[in-house]
Structure formats: structure tokens, C-alpha cells
Design a binder for this molecule. Structure first.
Ligand code: GLY
Length: 371
């Protein structure tokens, strides 16, 4: 399930090259309403898109539905797509997941290319072949494993992303650092992510000289280098275990508690970005890692401090522990009756299929809430 991942230095050259390497009769581009407005203009004048047929869906995760999927299949059919057609997904995780699934199932599968436009989709969703839609109230309930032929990563798209969405993607990068090696983890804690926002705001208010624009460019290119490294970590894991039988479960670090926090927020009608829930889930699961697997306390403290400083605290109290526990019990990653965690014995020392008692889980939530 090897896929080509391109860290782009020249967007036009890299997109045209990837499209050329995928021979096709007709070309389709899938966007959502936001990426149509903000990202498509960056690429639409490229000659390779001259004859492309556009398909657009709504722009939030509640559009990751069978209805949107039907819309894409219909547009492909009415646009004359054959088995030899190519779909380019230009957007965040919702577009790459849904578009990947639409391509994987149309006429038993056509090729697709991902051009992820959010940090979250660049470092996670667009790479590794997980495709799908939400169904019956459950996230990613229906889908298949099937990789894009190429994934093109460019920090050009990240410039229109607000700080919260940058932070949301950065949480998955932190996770990759934690499951990989100490140097990658330390580099992520050192990177001046907030400077991107400060420089952007100053430039918007025109209170800074031209040199700050160069500073911002340099920060985006440093971020681009961190993204490439982060995706490399994910790629190595996915190559070894494409269908999540073992090692790929490492990528679930922070997600058992994180998904529960996300589901609780959804149930209460609050919006929590996925990466914020993952960041808080990392606090939870590193706490369990310290208690159960001897994860070093100094590295635990440094990571928790970074997360609290950047992501704040989740809006929960102890009356919600039972509900959070119930969400964890229904996590689709569980096997049998027990709640399945991925924990760490140290940075890069992955321990999959770990269980915790209800008491330990409640203690973990106490730590998340009170520190
Ligand atoms: N998002 C985790 C994975 O791709 O396995």
C-alpha cells in the first residue's frame, strides 16, 4: 500500500507531475465550499486543470454523509467518469476521506490524488489510506483502506488557516513525536508556533516592516519541514501495518480519551476541534503511561505544560466521568469488553493493547481536570 508523498517546493510542477504520472481519460476535482473559495484559486490556472470537472460539497464534518457521497458518485457518473478517470481531492480531512471513499468505490475503484489543505489533513487524514464517511451517528463508520496514488503537501495552503486549526493539526504532530523519538518530540516543543499567529496579526494590522513577512515565510517553511518529518513517521508505521492489526495502533495514542471528549462535546452541542480533543487525550494517556508503563515524569510534565499552555483545559466536570467512560467503552478500537489504550513506556517505546481499570480512568480524568 505504498503511496507517493510529495513535500512540495513548487506546487505547479509537483501537481502537474503527479497528474501526469496517473494516466486518465477524465479529471475531476473535489472541493468543499471553503476550499473552493480559499484553495482552488491557488491552483486553478494550472494547465493540468484546464479540462477538470469540479465537484463541490458542504464544508463541515456534518457533510461527511451518504448524501454528499451520493452527490460525488452522481457527479462522476454524469460527468462521464470511467474506470480510467482520476479524482483530485483538494481540502481538509473531510474532503480527502469522503473523496477517497467515493473514488475507491466508483466502478470498483478509480485512482485519486490528495492535496490536503489543513495541517490536520496534511499530517494525518490524507496519508495512510483510511477513507470513509460518518454513518448512523458514528464517525468514519463506513469506509475502506485504499491509498491515494499521490499526496501533495504544501505549506502554501496553511497560510489561510486560523491559529486554532493550526493547533488542531499540531496535536497529531506531537503524537507522532511522542511515538517516534526524543529529538522529534523536543523539536516540536521548541518550535515557535505562536510566532506564526503574532507575525500574521502584525502584518494584517500593517504595524510591521517588510522583514516580518520574511520571518513569517521562514516560520511556514520551518513548519513545512516539521510536517514532512511528521508524515514520514506516519508513513513508516502505515507501511509496516496498513490495516491496523498491530503497530498502526500506535497512531491511536491520545485518541481513546480524545474521541470520548469529542463525542461528549458533540452530545452537548459544543464544538471541539479534533486536535484539541487529541491534545487533551494525550494528557490523559500519558498520565496512564506514567502510572502503568513507567513513562518518565519529566517528559510527561514538559508535554502537559506545552499542551495546557497552547490548548487550555477541556470543559468537563466529574459529573461527566460516567458518560466519558461509556464513550470509551463504545470506542470501535476496543476488542471484547475492555477499553483499549495505546500507551508509552518512554518516548518511542510503544505499548499497544493496554487496559486500565475504571478507577484508573477516573483518576486520569481527575488529572486532566485539576492537574
Ligand atoms: N489517524 C490514524 C491512522 O491513520 O491510523
Amino acid at each position: 500500500m505504498k503511496q507517493e508523498v510529495i513535500t512540495s517546493k513548487n506546487l505547479q510542477q509537483d501537481i502537474e507531475g503527479a497528474i501526469r504520472r496517473s494516466p486518465h481519460d477524465r479529471l475531476f476535482v473535489l472541493t468543499d465550499t471553503t476550499t473552493l473559495r480559499l484553495c482552488w484559486p491557488l491552483v486553478c490556472s494550472m494547465p493540468c486543470f484546464e479540462t477538470a470537472q469540479m465537484i463541490t460539497i458542504g464544508d463541515t464534518d456534518d457533510n461527511k454523509t451518504l448524501d454528499s457521497l451520493t452527490h460525488v458518485w452522481t457527479a462522476l457518473q454524469e460527468g462521464g467518469a470511467t474506470r480510467h478517470s482520476l479524482l483530485v481531492n483538494l481540502g481538509g480531512g473531510m474532503v480527502t476521506d469522503l473523496g477517497g471513499f467515493a473514488a475507491s468505490t466508483f466502478k470498483r475503484g478509480i485512482a485519486y490524488i490528495n492535496i490536503p489543505t489543513t495541517l490536520l489533513s496534511q499530517v494525518d487524514a490524507s496519508v495512510g489510506g483510511k477513507t470513509g464517511i460518518n454513518f448512523g451517528g458514528l464517525k468514519n463508520e463506513i469506509g475502506v483502506f485504499n491509498c491515494a496514488v499521490s499526496v501533495i503537501l504544501s505549506s502554501e495552503f496553511l497560510r489561510s488557516l486560523d491559529h486554532k486549526n493550526l493547533l488542531s493539526g499540531y496535536a497529531e504532530m506531537l503524537k507522532h513525536g511522542l511515538i517516534s523519538d526524543e529529538e522529534s518530540w523536543a523539536e516540536l516543543l521548541r518550535f515557535e508556533l505562536d510566532s506564526i499567529e503574532h507575525s500574521r496579526l502584525k502584518i494584517e494590522k500593517e504595524t510591521v516592516p517588510q522583514s516580518s513577512i520574511f520571518n513569517l515565510q521562514s516560520l511556514y517553511s520551518q513548519l513545512g519541514a516539521l510536517v514532512a518529518k511528521s508524515v514520514g513517521i506516519k508513513e513508516r508505521i502505515v507501511e509496516e501495518d496498513p490495516t491496523e492489526k498491530g503497530l498502526r495502533k500506535a497512531l491511536n495514542l491520545g485518541h481513546t480519551a480524545g474521541h470520548a471528549l469529542e463525542s461528549l462535546a458533540m452530545e452537548q452541542g459544543r464544538t471541539v476541534l479534533h486536535g484539541y480533543a487529541v491534545a487533551w487525550g494525550l494528557i490523559c494517556e500519558l498520565y496512564l503511561s506514567v502510572v502503568k508503563c513507567g513513562f518518565p515524569k519529566d517528559k510527561f510534565r514538559q508535554t502537559v505544560l506545552f499542551i495546557r499552555q497552547h490548548y487550555g483545559d477541556p470543559d468537563i466536570d466529574c459529573k461527566q466521568y460516567e458518560r466519558l467512560y461509556a464513550f470509551m467503552q463504545h470506542d470501535k478500537k476496543n476488542e471484547g469488553n475492555s477499553i483499549n489504550f495505546t500507551l508509552l513506556g518512554g518516548i518511542g517505546d510503544i505499548r499497544i493493547n493496554q487496559q486500565a481499570t475504571k478507577e484508573e480512568i477516573f483518576e486520569m480524568l481527575d488529572f486532566l481536570r485539576d492537574g
